[in-house]
Design a protein around this ligand. Structure first.
Ligand code: ROI
Length: 165
């Protein structure tokens, strides 16, 4: 059994509803168990001007391999109307495979840990909500990344859960 962390992001068409629906779809997958969901954040867009994002993270347990899990994530994105047009553009749903056990994976189509994890507070803060002692495979504590990144442009949303389905 594997433990993986998934980054969730959306900034179009009712982002909280998109993320809630994505968590539901993942939880219904026979080979995935959703273990925990982070707090939910409103975050300034990184990249070109576009609506604010809603971001969160999930901890799952799964029998799937990393490529199999990636395929499931892409299917869920596509089921939520995700269209890949512009890099860094607005999207209804973005699901990133952030961490998979303590593995380092480098292939043509998948890099784990996620290559931009360490530069994004909207990824690091939610991961620490789930496990305040989480570290990268190289031993770097995420709390160190959090300290370096700060919380600029990131606002925790109170009283919002993605598990209301
Ligand atoms: N910016 C924020 N704040 N949150 C995201 O999830 C996000 N995702 C992206 C880009 C366009 C880089 N910007 C983002 O893919």
């Amino acid at each position: 059994m594997n433990t993986a962390y998934i980054g969730l992001g959306a900034n179009l068409n009712n982002p909280i509803a998109q993320l809630t629906s994505a968590v539901k779809q993942l939880s219904e997958h026979l080979s995935i168990e959703v273990l925990e969901c982070s707090k939910v954040y409103d975050s300034d867009p990184v990249g070109p001007a576009q609506p604010n994002y809603t971001n969160a993270a999930l901890k799952i347990s799964t029998e799937l391999s990393p490529p199999e899990l990636l395929t499931v994530l892409q299917t869920v994105e596509n089921d939520h109307g995700r269209v890949r047009i512009e890099r860094w553009g607005a999207r209804t749903l973005d699901l990133d495979l952030l961490l998979f056990n303590n593995q380092v994976i480098q292939s043509d189509f998948l890099t784990v840990p996620h290559p931009r994890l360490h530069e994004r507070n909207f990824v690091v803060f939610p991961l620490l909500d789930i496990d305040n002692n989480l570290a990268l495979p190289d031993g770097t504590p995420l709390n160190l990344l959090k300290k370096n990144l700060g919380n600029a442009g990131l606002r925790q949303l109170d009283n919002i859960s993605l598990l209301n389905f």
